[in-house]
Design a protein around this ligand. Structure first.
Ligand code: HAM
Length: 411
């Protein structure tokens, strides 16, 4: 048997109802925040990602689905949405006159990671980006937007972790200080962190290795390198969150896995998940537009991992995965009445009812059993008599009452 590729999943009917539920809530919240949808291609020229996400990040150095197409172009299945959206915004002049743009998106992403619970090679994100506001109000808006999606799905038990990386210069100064400190202790670091020290020292702050954690206790702290302006920006973001009752935890070691951030970074984590506990994340990125030849365009955004939200919803809201109910099941007593049955079903569907018929010419008993199983609200049984007179009974399956109906076909 040919099976799906490792790390990809088939979302079967017992799951898809929950996905639609999440998508509806996301779109509804997006509209209430005044965001408009953008759809970008699933693959881009590879440089769209390498230049923005950063050559030394795990995503770019290990996880991209990159291939040479028949025209000799290096293309990559998108590992995230932010870079492609900025590419599109520059190309179509969405921000050229300095106007504010608020965009949302939903779609599949691809990362060649080691598959495990909550981590897939094809996964789905929904997210939003806001272009052309350097102000902390924009950072707060995006965080509140993401948190509102989680709340409205029914997920209350999540943690919002937040940190600031300061300006690009603050961040660079800190990297220099951290590298200097860690270089002296290089031989004591875990092998992974030794490699990171050369390539991406900030990521060492994320290390789960006990020895690394002990060494990091004495390491320079990012907040010591922050300019006053960076501190004020961050404090304003926190104040807006407080004023709107969004709880947060400041996480001084949160740096995120993509290189493009400055100032605010944040992540939502859930206790209901195992080691892959990040439900989503985001932050401010002020220099990405320049990579694509655009003007300086301060931006901020987030993406939520839909697969992981669904994993939580399966635990806490199993009812949202149920298939929608059927209004009426029309039973056909034999083949000769099937034309009438189809016509009747179509008329009722035009009136907005959810109606199904048997397509296998099964026995009355088998059809009734199915109507019960799927919880049809009413059942209509059509035989020769009903066809001849145009009169039939619609039975309410809850209280057993019957309504006599004389049907006139719409045409
Ligand atoms: P990210 O943290 O790389 O950020 O991904 C966001 C979320 O996508 C993660 O928190 C996680 O829930 C989900 N995710 C990532 N990788 C996988 C995977 N292999 N399997 C399942 N879920 C996964 C970004 O992608 C940024 N573009 C967010 C952003 C938007 N920053 C600014 N604007």
């Amino acid at each position: 048997m040919i099976q799906n590729v490792r790390g990809t999943r088939d979302l079967l009917p017992d799951q898809t109802q929950g996905w639609q539920y999440l998508e509806k809530i996301f779109v509804n919240v997006a509209e209430r925040f005044g965001y408009a949808e953008i759809r970008t291609p699933i693959f881009e020229l590879t440089e769209v990602f390498t230049r923005t996400i950063g050559e030394n990040t795990d995503v770019v150095s290990k996880e991209m689905y990159t291939f040479i197409d028949k025209g000799d172009n290096s293309v990559t299945l998108r590992p995230e949405m932010t870079a492609g959206a900025v590419r599109a915004a520059v190309q179509h002049n969405l921000t050229a006159t300095g106007q504010l743009q608020r965009l949302w998106y939903i779609g599949p992403q691809f990362r060649y990671e080691r598959p495990q619970a909550g981590r897939y090679r094809q996964f789905y994100q929904c997210g939003a980006e806001c272009y052309n506001s350097p102000h902390p109000e924009a950072d707060a808006e995006l965080i509140m937007f993401a948190a509102t999606v989680l709340h409205e799905c029914g997920i209350k038990d999540f943690t919002l972790k937040i940190n600031t990386l300061g300006t690009t210069e603050c961040r660079q100064q800190y990297i220099t200080a951290l590298t200097k400190y860690l270089n002296d202790k290089k031989s004591e670091l875990s092998p992974d962190s030794q490699v990171r020290l050369e390539k991406n020292p900030l990521r060492i702050l994320d290390s789960k290795d006990r020895g690394d954690i002990a060494i990091l206790q004495q390491a320079p702290i990012l907040s010591d390198c922050l300019s006053d302006e960076s501190k004020q920006h961050f404090e304003k973001v926190l104040r807006i969150l407080e004023e709107n009752n969004f709880a947060y935890t400041i996480e001084p070691k949160l740096v995120r896995g993509l290189d493009y951030y400055s100032h605010t970074v944040f992540e939502f984590t859930s206790n209901a998940l195992g080691s892959q506990d990040a439900l989503g994340g985001g932050g401010r990125y002020n220099t990405m537009f320049e990579y694509f030849g655009g003007k300086n365009t301060p931006s901020v955004g987030f993406s939520l991992g839909m697969d992981r939200i669904i994993n939580v919803l399966q635990q806490i809201r199993p009812e949202i995965f149920n298939q929608p109910g059927i209004d009426c099941y029309i039973v056909a007593l034999d083949k000769t009445v099937s034309g009438f049955v189809q016509h009747l079903a179509m008329d009722m569907r035009k009136q907005g009812k959810k109606v199904i018929t048997d397509l296998q010419f099964r026995s009355l008993k088998a059809q009734m059993r199915e109507a019960n199983k799927i919880g049809a609200k009413t059942v209509i049984v059509i035989g020769e008599e009903e066809v001849r007179t145009g009169m039939y009974k619609e039975k309410n399956m809850e209280d057993g009452s019957e309504t006599e109906i004389s049907h006139h076909f719409d045409g």
